[in-house]
Design a binder for this molecule. Structure first.
Ligand SMILES: NC(=O)c1ccc[n+]([C@@H]2O[C@H](COP(=O)([O-])OP(=O)(O)OC[C@H]3O[C@@H](n4cnc5c(N)ncnc54)[C@H](OP(=O)(O)O)[C@@H]3O)[C@@H](O)[C@H]2O)c1
Length: 273
Protein backbone atom coordinates (compact mmCIF):
# COMPACT_ATOMS: atom_id res chain seq x y z
CA UNK A 1 0.00 0.00 0.00
CA UNK A 2 1.27 3.50 -0.87
CA UNK A 3 1.63 5.80 2.15
CA UNK A 4 1.97 9.56 1.96
CA UNK A 5 4.73 11.08 4.05
CA UNK A 6 5.99 14.38 5.45
CA UNK A 7 9.71 15.11 5.51
CA UNK A 8 11.61 16.81 8.30
CA UNK A 9 14.63 18.56 6.89
CA UNK A 10 17.57 20.85 7.62
CA UNK A 11 19.80 21.72 4.66
CA UNK A 12 18.91 18.69 2.53
CA UNK A 13 21.05 17.96 -0.58
CA UNK A 14 19.70 19.88 -3.60
CA UNK A 15 17.18 17.96 -5.70
CA UNK A 16 16.86 15.02 -3.29
CA UNK A 17 13.20 15.71 -2.50
CA UNK A 18 12.22 14.62 -6.00
CA UNK A 19 13.36 11.08 -5.12
CA UNK A 20 10.32 10.76 -2.80
CA UNK A 21 7.16 10.56 -4.92
CA UNK A 22 4.89 10.03 -1.88
CA UNK A 23 6.04 13.20 -0.16
CA UNK A 24 3.11 15.34 0.98
CA UNK A 25 4.71 18.05 3.09
CA UNK A 26 8.19 19.47 3.84
CA UNK A 27 8.95 20.65 7.33
CA UNK A 28 11.97 22.78 8.29
CA UNK A 29 13.59 21.88 11.60
CA UNK A 30 14.17 25.58 12.29
CA UNK A 31 12.47 28.98 12.05
CA UNK A 32 14.07 29.75 8.68
CA UNK A 33 13.24 28.11 5.37
CA UNK A 34 15.78 29.82 3.10
CA UNK A 35 17.83 26.59 3.03
CA UNK A 36 14.81 24.90 1.41
CA UNK A 37 13.91 27.65 -1.03
CA UNK A 38 17.51 27.75 -2.29
CA UNK A 39 16.93 24.24 -3.72
CA UNK A 40 16.23 24.95 -7.42
CA UNK A 41 14.43 21.59 -7.67
CA UNK A 42 12.13 22.07 -4.65
CA UNK A 43 8.75 20.48 -5.53
CA UNK A 44 6.61 23.60 -5.84
CA UNK A 45 3.28 21.90 -5.17
CA UNK A 46 4.15 20.77 -1.62
CA UNK A 47 3.37 22.80 1.50
CA UNK A 48 6.44 24.01 3.42
CA UNK A 49 6.15 24.49 7.16
CA UNK A 50 8.56 25.84 9.76
CA UNK A 51 8.98 25.87 13.53
CA UNK A 52 7.36 28.63 15.58
CA UNK A 53 8.40 27.95 19.12
CA UNK A 54 8.47 30.04 22.33
CA UNK A 55 11.82 28.48 23.28
CA UNK A 56 13.37 29.66 20.00
CA UNK A 57 12.14 33.20 20.65
CA UNK A 58 13.31 33.20 24.29
CA UNK A 59 16.69 31.77 23.39
CA UNK A 60 17.14 34.39 20.65
CA UNK A 61 16.22 37.12 23.11
CA UNK A 62 18.80 35.83 25.60
CA UNK A 63 21.48 36.05 22.91
CA UNK A 64 20.51 39.53 21.70
CA UNK A 65 20.27 40.72 25.32
CA UNK A 66 23.83 39.50 25.97
CA UNK A 67 25.10 41.32 22.87
CA UNK A 68 23.16 44.50 23.67
CA UNK A 69 24.43 44.61 27.27
CA UNK A 70 28.00 44.01 26.05
CA UNK A 71 27.81 47.22 24.02
CA UNK A 72 25.49 49.18 26.32
CA UNK A 73 27.83 48.67 29.32
CA UNK A 74 30.88 49.19 27.06
CA UNK A 75 32.48 45.80 27.74
CA UNK A 76 34.15 46.12 24.33
CA UNK A 77 35.93 49.28 25.49
CA UNK A 78 36.88 47.71 28.84
CA UNK A 79 38.29 44.62 27.08
CA UNK A 80 40.52 46.90 25.04
CA UNK A 81 41.54 48.89 28.08
CA UNK A 82 42.37 45.71 29.98
CA UNK A 83 44.78 44.65 27.23
CA UNK A 84 46.48 48.03 27.65
CA UNK A 85 46.35 47.94 31.51
CA UNK A 86 44.32 51.13 31.34
CA UNK A 87 41.97 52.17 34.20
CA UNK A 88 39.36 54.45 32.62
CA UNK A 89 35.66 54.42 33.55
CA UNK A 90 33.40 55.27 30.61
CA UNK A 91 30.74 58.01 31.01
CA UNK A 92 27.40 56.66 32.32
CA UNK A 93 24.49 56.06 29.91
CA UNK A 94 20.85 55.23 30.49
CA UNK A 95 18.69 52.60 28.81
CA UNK A 96 16.09 55.27 28.08
CA UNK A 97 18.64 57.15 25.97
CA UNK A 98 19.75 54.07 24.03
CA UNK A 99 17.76 52.94 21.01
CA UNK A 100 17.72 49.33 19.94
CA UNK A 101 16.57 48.97 16.33
CA UNK A 102 15.21 45.59 15.29
CA UNK A 103 14.96 44.71 11.60
CA UNK A 104 12.19 42.12 11.25
CA UNK A 105 9.24 42.12 13.63
CA UNK A 106 8.16 38.51 13.17
CA UNK A 107 8.02 35.73 15.75
CA UNK A 108 11.55 36.42 16.99
CA UNK A 109 11.91 40.17 16.41
CA UNK A 110 8.63 41.14 18.06
CA UNK A 111 9.36 39.01 21.14
CA UNK A 112 12.76 40.66 21.64
CA UNK A 113 11.35 44.14 20.91
CA UNK A 114 8.75 43.80 23.67
CA UNK A 115 11.28 42.46 26.16
CA UNK A 116 13.81 45.25 25.50
CA UNK A 117 11.06 47.84 25.79
CA UNK A 118 9.90 46.39 29.12
CA UNK A 119 13.48 46.64 30.38
CA UNK A 120 13.51 50.39 29.70
CA UNK A 121 15.38 50.64 26.40
CA UNK A 122 14.02 52.79 23.60
CA UNK A 123 13.02 50.33 20.87
CA UNK A 124 12.36 50.84 17.17
CA UNK A 125 11.32 48.09 14.79
CA UNK A 126 11.20 47.78 11.01
CA UNK A 127 9.14 45.32 8.99
CA UNK A 128 7.47 44.94 5.60
CA UNK A 129 3.97 45.74 6.85
CA UNK A 130 3.18 48.25 9.60
CA UNK A 131 2.91 46.84 13.14
CA UNK A 132 1.46 48.18 16.38
CA UNK A 133 3.52 47.01 19.37
CA UNK A 134 3.22 48.70 22.74
CA UNK A 135 6.38 50.60 23.65
CA UNK A 136 7.95 50.15 20.19
CA UNK A 137 8.27 52.80 17.45
CA UNK A 138 7.42 50.89 14.32
CA UNK A 139 8.49 51.59 10.75
CA UNK A 140 7.55 49.74 7.58
CA UNK A 141 8.77 49.42 4.04
CA UNK A 142 11.83 50.70 2.19
CA UNK A 143 10.80 54.36 2.45
CA UNK A 144 10.88 54.19 6.27
CA UNK A 145 14.20 52.37 6.54
CA UNK A 146 16.23 55.57 6.74
CA UNK A 147 14.33 57.24 9.63
CA UNK A 148 14.39 53.89 11.45
CA UNK A 149 18.18 53.63 11.08
CA UNK A 150 18.88 57.30 11.87
CA UNK A 151 17.95 56.85 15.55
CA UNK A 152 19.36 53.33 16.12
CA UNK A 153 22.33 52.85 18.47
CA UNK A 154 22.34 49.04 18.41
CA UNK A 155 20.95 47.39 15.27
CA UNK A 156 19.71 43.80 15.45
CA UNK A 157 19.00 41.94 12.20
CA UNK A 158 16.20 39.37 12.53
CA UNK A 159 15.01 39.36 8.92
CA UNK A 160 14.37 36.24 6.87
CA UNK A 161 16.70 35.75 3.91
CA UNK A 162 14.84 36.66 0.72
CA UNK A 163 15.73 38.31 -2.60
CA UNK A 164 14.77 41.65 -1.00
CA UNK A 165 16.89 41.24 2.14
CA UNK A 166 20.03 39.58 0.76
CA UNK A 167 23.05 41.93 1.23
CA UNK A 168 20.85 44.48 3.03
CA UNK A 169 23.56 45.10 5.67
CA UNK A 170 25.89 47.10 3.45
CA UNK A 171 27.83 50.39 3.30
CA UNK A 172 24.76 52.45 2.43
CA UNK A 173 22.86 51.08 5.44
CA UNK A 174 25.84 51.50 7.79
CA UNK A 175 26.19 55.14 6.70
CA UNK A 176 22.52 55.73 7.54
CA UNK A 177 23.20 54.72 11.18
CA UNK A 178 24.55 57.26 13.69
CA UNK A 179 28.35 57.16 13.83
CA UNK A 180 29.51 54.66 16.45
CA UNK A 181 26.44 52.38 16.21
CA UNK A 182 26.78 48.63 16.77
CA UNK A 183 25.48 45.71 14.70
CA UNK A 184 24.14 42.37 15.90
CA UNK A 185 23.46 39.91 13.06
CA UNK A 186 21.59 36.81 14.16
CA UNK A 187 19.60 36.23 10.98
CA UNK A 188 21.63 34.90 8.03
CA UNK A 189 25.19 35.44 6.83
CA UNK A 190 23.94 36.40 3.38
CA UNK A 191 22.27 39.52 4.82
CA UNK A 192 25.71 41.01 5.39
CA UNK A 193 28.24 42.30 2.86
CA UNK A 194 31.21 41.25 4.97
CA UNK A 195 33.82 43.55 3.39
CA UNK A 196 31.47 46.53 3.84
CA UNK A 197 31.29 45.75 7.56
CA UNK A 198 35.08 45.56 7.87
CA UNK A 199 35.38 48.92 6.06
CA UNK A 200 32.73 50.52 8.31
CA UNK A 201 34.48 49.23 11.45
CA UNK A 202 37.91 50.36 10.27
CA UNK A 203 36.57 53.79 9.31
CA UNK A 204 34.93 54.23 12.73
CA UNK A 205 31.43 54.47 11.25
CA UNK A 206 30.52 51.38 13.30
CA UNK A 207 31.87 50.72 16.78
CA UNK A 208 31.44 46.95 16.89
CA UNK A 209 29.66 43.95 15.45
CA UNK A 210 28.42 40.81 17.14
CA UNK A 211 27.94 38.11 14.49
CA UNK A 212 26.37 34.68 14.82
CA UNK A 213 25.95 33.91 11.11
CA UNK A 214 28.31 34.11 8.14
CA UNK A 215 28.43 33.87 4.35
CA UNK A 216 30.43 30.66 4.76
CA UNK A 217 29.92 28.40 7.78
CA UNK A 218 31.98 27.22 9.55
CA UNK A 219 33.82 30.53 9.19
CA UNK A 220 37.10 29.78 7.30
CA UNK A 221 40.17 29.92 9.58
CA UNK A 222 41.80 32.66 7.51
CA UNK A 223 38.72 34.94 7.60
CA UNK A 224 39.55 38.48 8.89
CA UNK A 225 36.59 38.42 11.33
CA UNK A 226 38.44 35.96 13.60
CA UNK A 227 41.15 38.48 14.46
CA UNK A 228 39.24 41.77 14.09
CA UNK A 229 39.29 43.59 17.46
CA UNK A 230 35.80 45.03 16.94
CA UNK A 231 34.14 41.75 15.98
CA UNK A 232 32.62 39.41 18.53
CA UNK A 233 31.62 36.13 16.92
CA UNK A 234 29.76 32.93 17.82
CA UNK A 235 29.27 29.72 15.77
CA UNK A 236 25.61 30.04 14.62
CA UNK A 237 24.21 29.17 18.03
CA UNK A 238 22.03 32.16 18.94
CA UNK A 239 18.85 30.08 18.91
CA UNK A 240 19.02 26.36 18.27
CA UNK A 241 15.89 24.25 17.84
CA UNK A 242 15.35 21.99 20.83
CA UNK A 243 13.72 18.78 19.51
CA UNK A 244 11.88 18.28 22.84
CA UNK A 245 10.24 21.67 22.48
CA UNK A 246 9.17 21.44 18.82
CA UNK A 247 8.18 17.74 18.71
CA UNK A 248 4.52 18.39 19.71
CA UNK A 249 3.93 20.82 16.82
CA UNK A 250 5.56 18.40 14.37
CA UNK A 251 3.29 15.58 15.59
CA UNK A 252 0.27 17.90 15.42
CA UNK A 253 1.12 18.83 11.83
CA UNK A 254 1.51 15.14 10.96
CA UNK A 255 -2.00 14.49 12.30
CA UNK A 256 -3.37 17.50 10.39
CA UNK A 257 -1.70 16.32 7.21
CA UNK A 258 -3.22 12.83 7.60
CA UNK A 259 -6.70 14.24 8.27
CA UNK A 260 -6.52 16.86 5.51
CA UNK A 261 -6.61 19.74 8.03
CA UNK A 262 -4.99 23.16 7.68
CA UNK A 263 -1.29 22.86 8.57
CA UNK A 264 0.25 25.04 11.29
CA UNK A 265 3.05 27.52 10.48
CA UNK A 266 2.90 27.10 6.73
CA UNK A 267 5.13 29.58 4.89
CA UNK A 268 4.38 31.53 1.74
CA UNK A 269 6.88 30.15 -0.77
CA UNK A 270 6.34 33.06 -3.19
CA UNK A 271 6.98 35.67 -0.47
CA UNK A 272 10.05 33.69 0.66
CA UNK A 273 9.27 33.47 4.39
N1 LIG B 1 20.98 32.42 14.03
C1 LIG B 1 20.07 31.55 14.43
O1 LIG B 1 20.39 30.64 15.20
C2 LIG B 1 18.63 31.73 14.00
C3 LIG B 1 17.64 30.99 14.65
C4 LIG B 1 16.31 31.18 14.28
C5 LIG B 1 16.00 32.07 13.25
N2 LIG B 1 17.00 32.76 12.63
C6 LIG B 1 16.68 33.71 11.54
O2 LIG B 1 15.73 34.66 12.01
C7 LIG B 1 14.82 34.92 10.94
C8 LIG B 1 13.55 35.54 11.47
O3 LIG B 1 12.75 34.56 12.11
P1 LIG B 1 11.21 34.83 12.47
O4 LIG B 1 10.64 33.53 12.93
O5 LIG B 1 11.10 36.01 13.37
O6 LIG B 1 10.65 35.21 11.03
P2 LIG B 1 9.18 35.73 10.64
O7 LIG B 1 8.23 35.44 11.75
O8 LIG B 1 8.91 35.19 9.28
O9 LIG B 1 9.33 37.32 10.57
C9 LIG B 1 10.03 37.96 9.56
C10 LIG B 1 9.93 39.48 9.75
O10 LIG B 1 10.76 40.12 8.78
C11 LIG B 1 9.98 41.09 8.08
N3 LIG B 1 10.43 41.21 6.69
C12 LIG B 1 10.51 40.25 5.73
N4 LIG B 1 10.93 40.77 4.57
C13 LIG B 1 11.12 42.10 4.79
C14 LIG B 1 11.53 43.18 3.98
N5 LIG B 1 11.83 43.01 2.68
N6 LIG B 1 11.58 44.41 4.53
C15 LIG B 1 11.25 44.61 5.83
N7 LIG B 1 10.86 43.62 6.66
C16 LIG B 1 10.79 42.39 6.15
C17 LIG B 1 8.56 40.56 8.14
O11 LIG B 1 7.66 41.64 7.88
P3 LIG B 1 6.04 41.42 7.94
O12 LIG B 1 5.74 41.17 9.41
O13 LIG B 1 5.49 42.69 7.48
O14 LIG B 1 5.76 40.22 7.09
C18 LIG B 1 8.50 40.00 9.57
O15 LIG B 1 8.23 41.03 10.48
C19 LIG B 1 14.67 33.56 10.27
O16 LIG B 1 14.21 33.67 8.95
C20 LIG B 1 16.07 33.00 10.33
O17 LIG B 1 16.77 33.41 9.18
C21 LIG B 1 18.30 32.62 12.98
Amino acid sequence: MKTTKPMLSWKHPEGVLNDYPNLRCICSMGAGIDHMLSDAYLPQHLPVIRQVDPMLAQSMFEYTLTAVMHYFREFDAYQNQQRQTQWQPQPPKSMGQTTIGIMGLGQLGQYSAEKFSNMGFKVAGWSRSKKTIEGVDTYAGEHQLEPFLAQTDILICLLPLTDQTRNILNTELFNALPQGACLVNVARGEHLVEQDLIDALNAGQLRGACLDVFQQEPLPKQHPFWQHPQVLLTPHCSSITDPRSVAPQIVENYRLMKSGGVLLNQVDIKRGY
